[in-house]
Write a protein that binds this ligand. Structure first.
Ligand SMILES: [Zn+2]
Length: 443
């Protein structure tokens, strides 16, 4: 049965002033919890001359030192093994183990207690309810159930809502599609790369048009920026005949941001998380819309390995809009538009790889795949962009070339060497794609 609009009608419509009071109260609580229990945090805060009594107002939160992933790596691997000095509960209270993928270095271990795990499911319940999931949905989860957190929280969140959950773990893509068809699944979750990849496999290998022959109505995407890139989102929605909603989270943070059915940006779940945006250079707090900065985030209720003022390296900005759904949770505009780690300098120009995705996916004659290689030729940077024409478009190659060059110039301010490849020849990825390769020698 269709219930109300909100998972928690009181919390999701709280006046902002009330919401901030609650955030401050919760921040104080998690701060003293951590100060008293984590040797790592105790030292970090003592060295900065700050203790729980010093947090009185919202502005005082800004005095609390930030934590970076690299700091977490250095304390792990020690007793209580393997979590080290950050663990705030007795080791026997830990019930869940996950780890980060380690794409940017040594993986970080993530312990959670059962209370933390219920909190994770609750965060996902907010997300899924806002995206129209209800107890009559049959939700298929086509991900490898393993040490990576991926959609584990979504599994429990969907069950909390009363959905029927199908764990599509150790199956190949074809088997997953056939299972979704046979069981008439109404929703699923995956990375944008896999959502597009599944549609492609369904059509090419199974002769199934997902938009017509499956009953998927909603798809939640995460793990890559595609859900907030309009051209990629359009491809996914058309391919599946379904609505696609973006979600952002991370192993060491939790499930903090989500699109609702109005699709006008990502709400920050401000009852469970405190998100601050800082100017990338000056570190100044950004509260107004229209200025991009780096996200500093606090999980207000996670207790085993707390996440307090974590420098996520994600680049976001506040949206000037209010969402039609009536939630008072603030919106961020256009999702995570990049990471401070991702933005690179090519030919002296700052380039966010998502901009290239936006251009390529907006040209319907090109396939979903592309590859960008940055190399050095002599003293000069060279950017090679490989794209695939979809079958039957050979005659329009020159028009497409001109359009690509123009759009890339407008969006990124850079020139590219273009290569057109035959359909199906560029690498395909199952989960997260590595389409952008910086092959220049490290200086
Ligand atoms: Zn909304």
């Amino acid at each position: 049965m269709e219930a109300g609009k909100y998972w928690n009608p009181v919390i999701e419509t709280l006046p902002r002033e009330k919401l901030q009071q609650l955030q401050l109260a919760k921040f104080k609580k998690i701060f003293s919890w951590t100060y008293e229990r984590s040797k790592f945090h105790h030292k970090l805060y003592s060295d900065a001359g700050i203790e729980p009594g010093d947090i009185r107002t919202f502005n005082d939160i800004r005095k609390v030192p930030k934590v970076e992933k690299s700091m977490m790596r250095t304390i792990q691997g020690k007793d209580p093994y393997p979590y080290g000095d950050m663990l705030c509960v007795p080791l026997e209270k830990v019930t869940e183990y996950h780890q980060t993928s380690g794409t940017t270095g040594q993986p970080v271990y993530q312990p959670d207690t059962w209370q933390d795990w219920e909190w994770f499911a609750e965060a996902w319940a907010y997300i899924l309810y806002a995206q129209g999931y209800r107890d009559y949905d049959r939700v298929f989860l086509p991900f490898g159930y393993n040490i990576f957190i991926a959609f584990w929280g979504a599994h429990y969140g969907a069950e909390k809502l009363g959905c029927e959950v199908i764990p599509g773990g150790v199956l190949n893509t074809e088997a997953r599609i056939l299972e979704m068809q046979e069981l008439r699944a109404t929703a699923f979750m995956a990375t944008p790369t896999y959502v597009l990849g599944m549609a492609d496999v369904a059509k090419r290998k199974l002769g199934i048009d997902p938009a017509k022959e499956l009953q998927i109505k909603r798809i939640t995407v995460a793990g890559e920026p595609g859900g907030s890139i309009p051209a990629t989102k359009k491809r996914m929605e058309e391919g599946w005949g379904a609505k696609v909603y973006d979600h952002i989270g991370a192993t060491e943070i939790g499930a903090w941001g989500y699109e609702c059915i109005y699709q006008c940006g990502l709400h920050v779940n401000e009852i469970l998380f405190l998100v601050e945006i800082e100017d990338i250079d000056s570190g100044e707090l950004i509260t107004e819309p229209g200025r991009r900065g780096r996200m500093v985030v606090t999980a207000l209720d996670r207790i085993a390995q707390p996440c307090i003022r974590f420098d996520s390296k994600d680049i976001i900005e506040w949206s000037p809009d209010e969402c039609g759904c009536g939630r008072t949770f603030r919106l961020i505009k256009g999702g995570v538009t990049g990471r401070t780690d991702d933005i690179i300098k090519v030919k002296g120009v700052l380039l966010a790889p998502t901009l290239i995705e936006e251009v390529v996916r907006d040209i319907p004659e090109l396939s979903d795949e592309y590859e960008v290689l940055v190399t050095k030729k002599g003293d000069l940077d060279d950017i090679r962009l490989k794209v695939e024409l979809i079958p039957g478009q050979q005659n329009s190659i020159e028009t497409i070339r001109t359009r690509l060059i123009d759009q890339l110039r407008i969006k990124t301010n850079l020139g590219y060497n273009l290569e057109f490849h035959e359909y199906g020849t560029l690498p395909r990825y199952d989960i997260k794609a590595k389409r952008f390769k910086d092959l220049r020698p490290k200086e």
